[in-house]
Design a protein around this ligand. Structure first.
Ligand SMILES: [Ca+2]
Ligand SMILES: [Ca+2]
Ligand SMILES: [Ca+2]
Ligand SMILES: [Ca+2]
Length: 723
């Protein structure tokens, strides 16, 4: 059965408004094919156009043929200045489509085109509250389409101009279920004053369904909220088609359930321009969260993610096999890929700095190929800790980051932490630990070593030594185990560093606070003073230690707070800050994301203790807090999970209980097992001893003597955190 309806308003005579075209068909048994066109009459000279309205509500469709199509178009009549254009509205609401007949498609299509005039009309298209139940054994395709625009030219540049009327496209509250492969939901309101919403719909496919479920919204103001999609094996495509600088999109509170292999394709596009704003997305398949523009959605049992267009995003995969793909993404920021084990394919964005994270330590992996990987010469990263093994292929990735925070002082990337000594007169000695230990020396007059970090992220993964002189100037010594090379005092860069930029500021430690696999420097302006981070090498290919940005850091409230060290206390790849109050003995940690982080109390020092730094003393991928008994030099460990202590403090006896002069200096992995080990140096003799933490503190073996540097005037600059 076919129904074709054309309703035309009459054109007005001079000075006379065009006639309205109104069609209503409610509460009937519907046809298999319904085509309704309503066109408002044009206004006569100086008069407004007629309105066009179509309402198809509360009908029941039980098709007998091979498809079901409801196609509607309302066109407002054009006005003649000063007459306005006619409004156009289409509603396909509250209908029931229920069938077990074999249908090739089910389409509900509402198109509203506002009339032109002195002021254009408003266009409103709604496809709301319909129920579609498709029960045939063979799958079909369903389209719900609401489109609102002008019956003439428009552009995003007209947005905000009331003379262009409003466009509203709504696909809300529909229930669609059954044997459906492709579901397309479009709410497109263009090109100016457009509001589009896809809210509160429920879609339930069969687990065997394949194809694509598309949610596409176009406009200046977009919402895709509160939908529940129970997919079969379909890909889920969410397209945010932004129109101009006024664009904003909310995607919030949706639940997307897959069957384990579904891909999410998230696209930000703009057509036509001008140049787009940026959407942000963090997809954490392991945690089941999808955060878009700060709003959270639930995503279950998906196997892959692709970002397209202009979305600044990060990916976190599951322990299964994931395809994390930014090949179609045009953003220029940093994209982080964390496959989380399994056989993953990681594809970088062409314009971004792409960083791939891996659990554990680099020595646990076999890496083939050369970074940056491309599609011709991909990099494979195979191995990893027990239970988190990866067999990953990387293309277009610039940097790798291994998340074990114990591995920060390894200057030759052999898995063994190394010991950096200095004499305070610009002479340095580095002891390379391992099966065949060796020693490197270099000199940089006027500089002191602060610690170790990764300042050559785009050329090697050896740790480098951070230096600072009395004027506050920073420098980096790199390729320590080859030909030690000095950057000189680091000046210029995007941050415009001068010789006096850091005068009065003490570099405390290196750390990767923004997670881009390049170390940054944490500085404090004297005891208890202001704190800032110098972000380094945030872009691919910059010279070692290039400072791109300097940002202030919020200290805990109340004053007297000193930065102790950095460490990754929550294991997210971003270094965090350990604080100690010099008056109260309180300890805080700020979990950092770049320069942002809120201090949280973690406890107070026991009497007679001070905080020394951090290390991963139980090899769980999260830094722990290291305290020193200032009388005996003995260590106390607080195992941490973020800002929470795990279990009771662990006391570790050092060499200071039997001899004088021993000082606790820090923790490094000296024996390549992923556990940070505790280091003491005797300030009288220069001798260094270590307590291997192989068991994480349960039962510890004897102290190991790591020998003395060339002179007892060399004191150890043990890692106090870093990364
Ligand atoms: Ca080493
Ligand atoms: Ca960094
Ligand atoms: Ca962290
Ligand atoms: Ca730990």
């Amino acid at each position: 059965m076919t129904m074709v309806v054309n309703v035309n308003g009459t054109n007005g005579a001079a000075g006379q408004k065009g006639g309205d075209a109104i069609y209503t068909y409610n509460g009937h048994i519907g046809a298999d094919s319904t085509t309704v066109t309503a066109i408002g009459g044009n206004g006569g000279t100086g008069a407004a156009g007629g309105n066009a309205s179509i309402t198809l509500n509360g009908n029941i469709y039980q098709p007998l043929g091979s498809s079901l199509d409801v196609i509607t178009t309302a066109v407002g009549g054009n006005g003649s200045a000063p007459g306005n254009g006619g409004n156009a509205s289409v509603a396909i609401n509250g209908n029931i489509i229920q069938t077990s007949k074999l249908l090739s498609e089910i389409t509900l299509d509402a198109v509203a085109l506002a009339g032109l005039g002195n002021k254009t009309g408003n266009a409103t298209a709604t496809v709301n509250g319909n129920i579609i139940q498709y029960n045939n054994a063979t799958a079909t395709n369903v389209t719900l389409d609401a489109a609102a625009t002008l019956n003439g030219p428009d552009s995003p540049a007209n947005h905000g101009n009331s003379a262009f009327g409003t466009r509203t496209a709504t696909v809300n509250g529909n229930i669609v279920s059954g044997n459906i492969n492709n579901l397309s939901v479009f709410a497109d309101a263009y090109f100016s004053n457009g509001t589009a919403s896809i809210n509160g719909n429920i879609f339930t496919a069969k687990s065997t369904n394949t194809g694509t479920v598309t949610l596409e919204a176009t406009g200046q103001s977009i919402s895709i909220n509160g939908n529940i999609l129970n997919l079969g094996k379909q890909d889920l495509d969410i397209t945010l088609d932004e129109l101009g600088p006024a664009y904003n999109a909310q995607v919030s509170g949706n639940i997307f359930n897959g069957t384990g292999t579904n891909n999410l394709v998230l696209t930000n596009t703009f057509n036509p321009g001008p140049a787009p704003g940026t959407d942000t997305a963090t997809v954490n398949l392991a945690a089941g969260t999808l955060t878009i523009n700060g709003s959270t959605n639930t995503i279950n049992k998906f196997g892959g993610i692709a970002l397209n267009g202009n979305i600044a995003g990060n990916f976190i995969g599951t322990s299964g096999n994931n395809n994390l793909n930014a090949a179609g993404d045009t953003t220029t920021g940093t994209i982080i890929f964390q496959g989380n084990g399994g056989t993953d394919t990681l594809t970088g964005g062409p314009n971004a700095l792409n960083v791939a994270y891996f659990a554990g330590s680099e020595f646990q992996y076999a890496i083939t190929g050369t970074l940056p990987g491309d599609n011709v010469h991909p990099v494979t990263v195979v191995g990893g800790p027990t239970g988190q093994t990866s067999n990953d292929t990387l293309a277009g990735i610039q940097r790798l980051k291994f998340l074990n925070p114990a591995n920060v002082s390894d200057v030759n990337d052999d898995g063994f932490g190394d010991l950096v000594f200095q004499d305070g007169a610009g002479n340095f000695q580095v002891n390379l630990l391992g099966a065949t230990p060796s020693t490197v020396t270099f000199a940089q007059t006027g500089f002191n070593a602060i610690g170790t970090g990764q300042f050559t992220a785009d050329t090697d993964r050896n740790s480098d030594v951070l230096l600072q002189n009395a004027s506050g100037e920073l420098g980096v010594e790199y390729t320590i185990a080859g030909t030690p090379t000095f950057t000189g005092a680091i000046l210029g860069g995007a941050a415009g560093v001068t010789a006096s930029t850091f005068t009065g500021w003490n570099a405390i430690t290196a750390g990767d606070f923004n997670g881009d696999a390049a170390s940054d420097v944490l500085l404090q302006q004297g005891a208890g003073g202001a704190v800032e981070i110098a972000f380094m090498n945030t872009k691919f290919g910059e010279a070692p230690g290039t400072i791109d940005q300097i940002s202030a850091v919020t200290a805990p409230t109340g004053g007297n707070w000193n930065v102790v060290s950095s460490g990754d206390f929550n294991g997210d790849g971003k270094s965090d800050i350990l604080w100690q109050n010099s008056v109260t003995g309180a300890l805080d940690i700020s979990l950092m994301n770049g320069a942002s982080g809120t201090p949280a109390a973690i406890g107070s020092l026991p009497a007679g203790y001070t905080a020394i730094g951090s290390g991963d003393l139980n090899n769980d991928g999260k830094s722990d807090v290291l305290l020193e008994n200032t009388t005996t030099g003995n260590a106390q460990i607080w195992l941490m999970n973020g800002t929470s202590q795990v279990g009771a403090p662990i006391n570790v006896t050092g060499p200071g209980t039997t001899a004088a002069g021993w000082k606790l200096l820090g923790a490094e992995d000296i024996n390549k097992d992923g556990f940070s080990d505790i280091l003491w140096q005797n300030t009288l003799t220069g001798d260094v001893q270590a307590q291997a933490m192989t068991t994480g503190g349960a039962t510890l073996g004897a102290l190991q003597d790591l020998g003395t540097p060339a002179s007892s005037s060399f004191h150890l600059v043990a890692s106090t955190g870093g990364g």
